[in-house]
Write a new protein. Structure first.
Length: 158
């Protein structure tokens, strides 16, 4: 990934502390989400370059590989030609936890693709918790534990 004028580096450096939001650019920069301090935003483009018309503050970094589009389409479970507009959310351990469809407004429990708990309702600490906040709270409350040989290991290095 390319972040500003820094040298390209691996997204794995965000694992273990940063939630990550991956946004597949749909060709319309007006549809980009605004920056959110709750996670780092990685922008996907079809050719791995950041278009000049996109304001710099709309994404923290861009996937600097033309193969990223195809790979993230596979991760999202959609054909590459239908990835545009998709948003993926990964937890602090690097596990994909939620997927938003192109054109979707708001988040809900139905967007969870990986539950680590008992499958209970999204946590609601306050009466006005929105869907995205509820998802993030659930992700933090129910971390995925990679268990191999009966021992818990770290997250995936994606």
């Amino acid at each position: 990934m390319q972040c500003g004028k820094d040298a390209p580096h691996s997204i794995a450096q965000w694992r273990g502390g940063q939630r990550v939001r991956v946004v597949a650019l749909n060709g319309d920069s007006r549809s980009l989400p605004t920056l959110d301090p709750r996670f780092q935003t990685l922008l996907l483009t079809r050719d791995g370059t950041l278009p000049t018309e996109i304001p710099q503050l709309r994404a923290d970094c861009v996937a600097a590989s033309p193969d990223a589009w195809r790979v993230f389409a596979q991760i999202a479970g959609v054909p590459a030609d239908r990835l545009g507009g998709t948003v993926l959310l990964a937890d602090r351990g690097g596990w994909l936890r939620a997927r938003g469809a192109p054109g979707q407004r708001g988040w809900s429990e139905a967007d969870m693709v990986c539950r680590a708990g008992s499958g209970a309702e999204l946590r609601r600490d306050a009466p006005a918790v929105d869907g995205l906040t509820g998802l993030l709270l659930t992700m933090d409350d129910e971390p995925v534990r990679f268990v191999k040989g009966g021992f818990v290991h770290g997250g995936l290095p994606w």
